[in-house]
Write a protein that binds this ligand. Structure first.
Ligand code: ATP
Ligand code: MG
Ligand code: MG
Ligand code: MG
Length: 561
């Protein structure tokens, strides 16, 4: 490739609309352009990176025995109605109607559609199966953000497993877990697997791959001592409308009209600003529970126990606390973090060392009346509280970190095979339901996450496996025939060796070319210049370290390899 012929519209200045480094650099280095909020055109450099990411993922999927498919992006409503998700997906689903009046949806995930193909699996001998695709997903995100990080249209590698029994699902899930670890390590994303909720996917277990980053929108709690890690959103899912087997079907999360989501709660109580933490303390089933919220994320959720470890309050105490909270019996009250010790003291007067923390496993908010104020603490308060929290497992303090969700794997169980009647004959000849898993990685979000982890003040620093080109040959003086010819010769030699090389043959000053190569993030720059050519050498500059070495002309190829 010749720089002079490629469309790489680099910008001199930082674009003002971009905060996240990956967003800023993707715009500035000429990788993406916005069409409208949440929709980006990928320019040639970005397309090259994207296909490299896809290649890595494809290789690892094939390695675990998964087979590649390609399914439609436009789906009939009918199939989504059968799983119940036509309603559950709400406003996040793009819906449209065709000329015959049929309801359609743009696919935001493909559990239902893949399951229709699994209906052709007949016998236990056909199992297990693992199927995947790279497909555009459409999600009407309320807040598209940070360039490629959260868009309304993105490529997902989604895969689905079909097994005869739970042990089979465990195996498929573990295979994906291992594949994801390899994928993120090859992509240069230091993602940590964390326990997570399965949200609208339904199902039992799920693990998110979280890349700690200041621009992440998720929070993970992490224990450095025992390596316990969980997404704080895990707690939120317990407040979600649920249609699973546990009988938690709650069409409205709270009995209070108009309060269906935690966001509604915040709005209802006028909790200001995104940067603030809301605290919720309530008495429920005679237990005192503390919840810290930030936006719609539950940061911390604790059942408060007394010194003996008991979490159930004696009725008299429960009433006392309710009174202190100013809430009527059976209802929910809330206070600020800083009020909590006072509250505790007042409510349980006369008893000392009353409260210790205990992690709560389940919160049933059914039947709870939200009728009191949520007051507001700050991030610093939260950190203090978090620092003082016991660990879930080992008793050490937990740390709360921002993180980017780069991948997510779910044990779905029987939700979709039940809804769509996917069964096979087992060895005894009886019909049995197949058990499913689903597994996703956002391709363009991965691209953004790589940049978040690999950039400096001069631009992107691509890790080799995803770099759009491995080598840039910079002709320092393109108006000098000797230099231009030497550059061309090196370029041709490298091409012949199948090196992914671009030659910067533009009629620009050397300084401009250096700046662009650094901004765009090409790992190795070979500078062909008048002065060094006279010595029979060229300069190799490593993008990451900035180190420059002089390499004799006849050793260029072997030094690149
Ligand atoms: P988030 O919590 O960030 O909204 P999600 O939990 O809704 O993501 P999943 O349904 O688990 O996402 O989808 C699998 C993967 O697809 C995610 O782990 C992420 O990498 C990617 N992804 C999801 N939503 C988006 C989006 N709006 N833009 C880009 N990538 C996305
Ligand atoms: Mg989402
Ligand atoms: Mg998520
Ligand atoms: Mg997810």
């Amino acid at each position: 490739m010749r720089w002079s012929q490629m469309h790489i519209p680099t910008l001199r200045e930082d674009p003002t609309e971009a905060d996240a480094p990956s967003h800023r650099l993707l715009l500035r280095a000429g990788y993406i352009r916005q069409l409208m909020a949440g929709h980006y055109s990928l320019l040639p450099l970005a397309v090259r990176v994207r296909s490299k990411i896809i290649d890595v993922i494809r290789e690892e999927m094939n390695r675990i025995g998964s087979q590649e498919f390609s399914l439609p992006a436009l789906h009939p409503a009918e199939i989504w109605r059968r799983s119940g998700r036509w309603d559950i997906m709400g406003e996040e689903m793009f819906r449209l109607r065709d000329r015959r009046g049929a309801d359609l949806a743009l696919g935001m995930t493909h559990e239902e559609i893949f399951t229709t193909l699994a209906l052709e699996l007949n016998s236990y001998r056909d199992l297990p199966q693992m199927w995947y695709q790279f497909q555009t997903k459409f999600r009407d995100e309320p807040r598209p953000k940070a360039g490629l990080m959260r868009t309304r249209e993105f490529t997902m590698k989604d895969s689905y497993s079909f097994d005869l029994a739970p042990e089979g699902l465990d195996r498929s899930f573990d295979l994906h877990h291992e594949a994801y670890v390899r994928i993120f390590s090859r992509l240069g994303i230091s993602a940590i697997p964390v326990e997570a909720s399965s949200g609208s996917m339904g199902g039992a277990a799920s693990t998110e791959f979280m890349f700690p980053s200041a621009v992440g929108e998720d929070f993970v709690v992490h224990c450095a001592a025992c390596e316990y890690a969980a997404n704080t959103e895990k707690a939120t899912a317990r407040l979600e409308p649920s249609t699973d087997d546990e009988g938690l079907a709650v069409p409205e999360r709270f009995d209070t009209p108009g309060v269906r989501t935690i966001d509604d709660l915040a709005v209802r109580f006028g909790a200001p600003g995104d940067r603030q933490v809301k605290t919720l303390v309530f008495v429920l089933d005679d237990q005192l529970t503390l919840v810290l919220l930030r936006g719609d994320h539950v940061l911390s959720e604790q059942k408060l126990a007394d010194a003996t470890g008991a979490t159930t309050l004696r009725p008299a105490h429960a009433d006392e606390i309710r009174a202190a909270l100013g809430a009527s019996p059976g209802s929910l009250g809330a206070v600020g973090v800083t009020d909590l010790p006072i509250l505790a003291d007042e409510a349980l007067r006369g008893r000392r060392n009353m409260f210790t923390g205990a992690n709560i496993d389940d919160v049933h908010l059914r039947g709870v009346d939200v009728d009191r104020h949520i007051s507001v603490g700050t991030w610093a308060d939260l950190r203090e509280v978090a620092a003082g929290e016991p660990c879930v497992r080992c008793g050490q303090p937990l740390q709360v970190q921002r993180a980017i969700e780069v991948g997510h794997i779910f044990k779905l169980g029987y939700k979709y095979s039940d809804a769509l009647d996917a069964t096979v004959l087992d060895p005894t000849g009886a019909r049995t339901r197949v058990i499913m898993g689903s597994y996703g990685i956002g391709v363009e979000r991965a691209m953004a996450a790589i940049i978040e982890g690999h950039h400096d003040d001069r631009g992107i620093v691509w890790p080799m496996p995803v770099a759009p080109f491995h080598v840039a040959v910079v002709v320092a003086q393109s108006d000098n025939t000797t230099v231009a010819e030497a550059g061309e010769q090196i370029y041709q030699q490298l091409l012949a060796e199948r090196v992914e090389v671009i030659i910067d043959d533009r009629a620009e000053r050397a300084g401009v070319k250096f700046r662009d190569v650094e901004l765009v993030g090409i790992p190795l720059r070979i500078t062909v210049g008048k002065r060094t050519l006279a010595d029979g050498v060229v300069e190799f500059t490593d993008r990451a370290s900035g180190q420059t070495d002089r390499i004799p002309l006849d050793q260029v190829v072997e030094h690149v390899r």
